[in-house]
Design a protein around this ligand. Structure first.
Ligand code: AMP
Ligand code: MN
Ligand code: MN
Ligand code: MN
Length: 278
């Protein structure tokens, strides 16, 4: 029997809407056998997630999704099976969260320049965890105030790269993120590789640098990949010698292409990242 393994999801400790225990319950109800919570730049939900998973008999892998800047663009690196209290990892993530807070102030100023006042406090009201403020919280505020008709439109009009309220941010370097994950005993995995707008040369540079630094895998099957992207990144995993991961990138019920556990299976040709854990 093929296990249902979902190693990428978010709770209200970052930009998801459900509390960690509620994400665990939903994963279990959806038939997931092994689950990872991987909040953006934050590990504060992992204790609640582990406890909830334990009481449901759901396998649990502690994770995190680290924001990285590579070739002037944002890349997300998953750290899977990490020690959530590792000091190097925790200090690194705390630094990213401080940058997020500073960005939120600047973002609110840009929105004020567009005639939208009160955005900082308004976004904070949508953030369960004020230490992890992100663009999705601003998108929820803009939607609530009628400045857009959907979260997608909030990004298209204001928050997306190059839009009116976009604030460029220098995240961790690839080198730092991989080092923190390795220090915490985890596996570094490039999340949703199909989402990055790199040239083929830049993408090769990313995979090459990641591998040289000790990166282990790429997310072949993920909620934002089409079927053909899953095929393409299965080939990339094989040709570059990467292990393969599978994760929904679940944020909220009814949002995004895949719910928890609701993606295609990994091809048998691939070496799964969980091979030594499950
Ligand atoms: P941040 O890390 O705060 O810059 O926000 C990035 C997050 O915003 C991603 O993890 C997604 O959850 C969400 N996101 C990014 N682009 C879009 C988009 N075009 N539409 C809706 N959500 C998006
Ligand atoms: Mn997100
Ligand atoms: Mn991501
Ligand atoms: Mn994610």
């Amino acid at each position: 029997m093929t296990l249902n393994i979902d190693l990428h999801s978010h709770s209200s400790q970052s930009d998801g809407v459900l509390a960690p225990a509620a994400v665990a319950a939903r994963a279990h109800a959806n038939g997931v056998d092994w689950w990872a919570l991987s909040d953006h730049d934050e590990t504060s939900g992992l204790a609640e997630a582990a406890q909830a998973a334990g009481s449901l008999g759901l396998g649990f892998i502690p994770g995190v999704e680290i924001s990285v800047t590579f070739c002037d663009k944002t890349v997300h690196v998953l750290g899977l099976n990490i020690d959530p209290v590792n000091p190097l990892l925790c200090e690194g993530l705390a630094g990213i969260r401080r940058s997020r807070f500073d960005r939120a102030r600047q973002l609110a100023d840009l929105l004020a320049g567009c005639g939208i006042d009160g955005a900082f406090d308004g976004a904070m009201r949508h953030a369960e965890n004020p230490g992890l403020i992100g663009r999705v919280h601003f998108a929820r505020f803009l939607l609530e105030q009628g400045h857009c008709k959907s979260l997608q439109q909030a990004f298209d009009r204001y928050l997306g790269e190059g839009k009116r309220a976009f604030v460029p941010i220098r995240w961790a370097s690839l080198e730092q993120a991989v080092a923190w994950i390795l220090a915490a005993g985890g596996k570094p995995v490039i999340a949703h590789p199909g989402r990055y707008r790199y040239t083929p040369q830049q993408q090769d540079a990313l995979f090459g640098a990641f591998k040289d630094l000790g990166g282990c895998g790429i997310e072949v099957v993920t909620g934002s990949h089409t079927h053909s992207q899953c095929e393409r990144y299965a080939q990339v995993a094989i040709s570059h010698g990467f292990e393969a991961s599978r994760g929904s990138d679940f944020h909220a019920p009814g949002v995004g292409r895949a719910d928890l556990g609701g993606m295609q299976q990994l091809s048998d040709r691939l070496v799964p990242v969980w091979r030594d854990w499950i």
